[in-house]
Write a protein that binds this ligand. Structure first.
Ligand SMILES: Nc1nc2c(ncn2[C@@H]2O[C@H](COP(=O)(O)OP(=O)(O)OP(=O)(O)O)[C@@H](O)[C@H]2O)c(=O)[nH]1
Length: 694
């Protein structure tokens, strides 16, 4: 049995809304632990978490950054996750391996709603989490602001958390300045010092009552899960500090409470007390393992891939969390030998011989292994793979093509690698429009992908809006005659057919039949007729693939020498050409079903969003097990979906999302059809070309 020191490893994901200060917090944590001796800044883009060029270009995180450090006798791996909703997949993948999450938010009660999807994910997967309210240096606008703001903030947090919110600290402000905090466990007050540890100071007289009330609330929350503490509170016995700490640790580890800390990451306010709390209270890795069904009694190595990186040199690194047992250098997992094992500090790597339960390390060259995969040294003894985060449905698309046509094969190889890195990215070659469509989570997500194609794979890309895969059909029937007669040198070509062309109900596709009597068209030529019809239907009179049409070969004639399958194919095409134009051709557009979800304050705006886009509301209902959220179902023309996510996010503070799938084809309203046809004609004449280079 391996003698691992699992209890001394902790891994912590730093998550939270866009620009709340997660990378700043990581930088300060690393500085406070002595791992870095000089802090970088957001402005200069030289922080550990700012490592990739695409992140620096945009002053935002676009992927997970791992950083290993030691503090208080514990090995910590922090995972700095992106905050933008467009990179949420990265965050969710990282959280699947995290023993604890620090939710970093800003002290703005009105923006707390943006935490809602994250809290839902943490609650659903029972991932213990604490809140760090950052940027408190600018939270107090006046003398009274202190108390009011903090309580208001806590109340706002309660609206998005299904677990009780338990503050562990209370702020001390002087005028508009945050100067310190009171530790509610020990009732010790501290003054902050930028870039250094806080000083113990006497508790300010004027805060004693407020502090007492806040502490009492904390104890009452803890006592909901501890009868002994409840008895002490009822009998007005002061509980010992060790008992409070023990409860905080147990209840956090069991995901029963959400402790709240605060500070200002850039000034290092609150950072050391946060680290101390992590040392005291962060749950052992075995607890999260148990929650995923691993009892921790076996030493068979099991790990899970939280992120896949392809380095600029083309090497592959799989960032894994060790769930059970330990990984040793050169270990074979899922039949593949790890070519190296490293701890990460942003872009820096440090080789290690052993990684124990709870550690997060990068394995080199695990070919064929994808993000989310469960790895084990004994695949036959693995009962079930560990659950993966759900892959987010694609919501925005660009049509893409390499600037250089000869790079098409290179493009598909590069995209395959990028999807391994980021499963929320997909691509397809549309069979109707022949465009390569790149699907992702939003404009920045797609643009970052294009930047990477250019930078990392030397693949400059041209983009254009994806074409809508329109189709066409007919509204009336006809009987059409086609005769193909051609004399060239030797023997000629002769085919002659009569076709009945009839519309079919929507969704029926295509049907070919024949009612030939007396061999007017000999049997061996009939497949040629069908072939000619099918070929014609690939592009009907309006220029689009034709659907929902029935064609019957009713009559014809042949020539004993000159007829051939090929000649009948041509005759059928001619009959279709003249016949279809007389059948009232009409344009069809794809209609998708969408399920749009958002907090119910926005439901009426969702209705409007859908109806102004020619959508048809099918109904709405509360989202199952998500209090305060509604789901609106509707039919929506695919042509109206292109920037739906952009508008939805701007309406809903970025939290709204939707799922969609193709449902049926529907006639395009006359006036709109004219516009679509005019645009297509313009495009094919070389006008209206909206391609752009990336
Ligand atoms: N006033 C103040 N500003 C801060 C503090 N911490 C971070 N900031 C600023 O907030 C902005 C965002 O900080 P980041 O650390 O890049 O935020 P982030 O959460 O990592 O960003 P994403 O990962 O892209 O979501 C930067 O301009 C920081 O300078 C703080 O404690 N106080």
């Amino acid at each position: 049995m391996t003698n691992n020191v699992a209890s001394e490893n902790r891994n912590v994901a730093i998550v939270g809304p866009y620009l709340s200060g997660k990378t700043a917090l990581l930088e300060s944590l690393l500085f406070a632990t002595g791992t870095i001796t000089r802090k970088g800044t957001a402005k200069e883009g030289n922080r550990i978490g700012d490592s990739v060029a695409e992140a620096r270009d945009r002053n935002m995180s676009v992927e997970i950054n791992a950083a290993y450090t030691e503090y208080g006798g514990i090995n910590f791996t922090f995972l700095d996750c992106p905050g933008s909703v467009e990179f949420a997949q990265e965050t969710y993948n990282a959280l699947m391996g995290a023993g604890l999450a620090i939710v970093v938010c800003e002290p703005e009660p009105l923006r707390i709603l943006t935490l809602s999807p994250l809290f839902k994910f943490l609650d659903d997967w029972e991932i213990p989490h604490i809140v760090f309210i950052n940027k408190m240096d600018r939270a107090f606008s006046d003398e009274e602001g202190c108390t009011l703001n903090f309580l208001e903030l806590l109340n706002a947090l309660k609206t998005v958390s299904s677990r009780p919110i338990v503050p562990q600290e209370y702020p001390i402000a002087k005028g508009s300045e945050l100067i310190g905090f009171i530790d509610l466990v020990t009732e010790q007050a501290y003054n902050y010092h930028p870039g250094a540890a806080s000083d113990p100071v006497p508790m300010p007289e004027e805060l004693k009552d407020l502090e007492h009330a806040a502490r009492q609330e904390m104890l009452e929350q803890l006592s909901n899960f501890d009868d002994h503490l409840l008895e002490e509170l009822l009998e007005e016995i002061e509980p010992p500090t060790e008992e409070i700490v023990k409860d905080l640790k147990m209840e956090l580890g069991a995901d029963l409470i959400v402790p709240v800390f605060f500070g200002a990451a850039e000034l290092e306010y609150g950072v050391r007390s946060l680290l101390d709390a992590l040392v005291r209270e962060a749950p052992e890795p075995s607890l999260t393992a148990e929650r995923r069904g691993l009892k921790g009694t076996s030493d068979i190595p099991i790990a899970q891939v939280l992120k896949t990186f392809y380095t600029p040199q083309g090497g592959k690194l799989s960032l894994v969390r060790v769930w059970q047992g330990e990984l040793t250098e050169g270990i074979v997992l899922n039949g593949i030998r790890a070519a190296g094992m490293y701890r990460l500090l942003g872009q820096q790597t440090q080789g290690v011989q052993v990684a124990k339960t709870g550690e997060i390390v990068a394995l080199a060259r695990m070919e064929g292994i994808k993000t989310g995969d469960t790895l084990t040294a004994q695949p036959d003894r693995l009962k079930a793979p560990l659950p993966k985060a759900q892959v987010l449905p694609p919501v925005l698309a660009f049509a893409i093509a390499p600037e250089n046509r000869k790079d098409e094969v290179k493009l598909s190889a590069a995209l395959t690698k990028m999807i391994e890195e980021d499963p929320s990215l997909t691509w397809e070659q549309n069979t109707d429009t022949h465009q390569v469509i790149l699907w992702g989570q939003g404009e920045i997500h797609l643009k970052v992908t294009l930047d990477r194609l250019r930078r990392k794979y030397n693949l400059p890309i041209v983009t254009s809006p994806p074409q809508i895969p329109y189709k066409e059909t007919i509204r009336s029937n006809t009987n059409s005659h086609g005769r193909y007669k051609h004399q060239s040198g030797g023997h000629g070509q002769f085919g002659d057919v009569y076709l009945d062309i009839t519309p079919l109900p929507r969704g029926e596709g295509f049907n070919f039949s024949e009612t030939i009597v007396g061999g007017a068209v000999p049997k061996q030529y009939i497949p040629g007729v069908e072939m000619g019809v099918r070929e014609y239907l690939q592009q009907g009179p309006l220029g689009f693939p034709v659907v929902d049409v029935s064609v019957t070969l009713t009559n014809g004639s042949y020539h004993s020498v000159d007829s051939s399958e090929q000649a009948f194919k041509q005759a059928a095409r001619l009959a279709m050409q003249t016949g279809m134009a007389k059948c009232n051709p009409t344009l069809l557009e794809p209609i998708v079903t969408v399920e749009v979800c958002a907090p119910n304050d926005f439901t009426s705006q969702l209705f409007q969003l859908i109806t102004t886009r020619r959508g048809q509301i099918l109904g709405y209902e509360p989202v199952a097990d998500w209090k305060g959220w509604d789901q609106v179902s509707a039919y929506l023309p695919q042509a109206e979906m292109q920037d739906l996510i952009v508008e939805l996010r701007s309406l809903t503070m970025g939290v709204g999302y939707f799922n969609w799938k193709f449902d049926h084809l529907q006639e395009v309203p006359e006036q709109l059809a004219q516009r679509v046809l005019a645009t297509v004609a313009d495009d094919s004449n070389g006008g209206g070309n909206s391609k752009s280079k990336n």
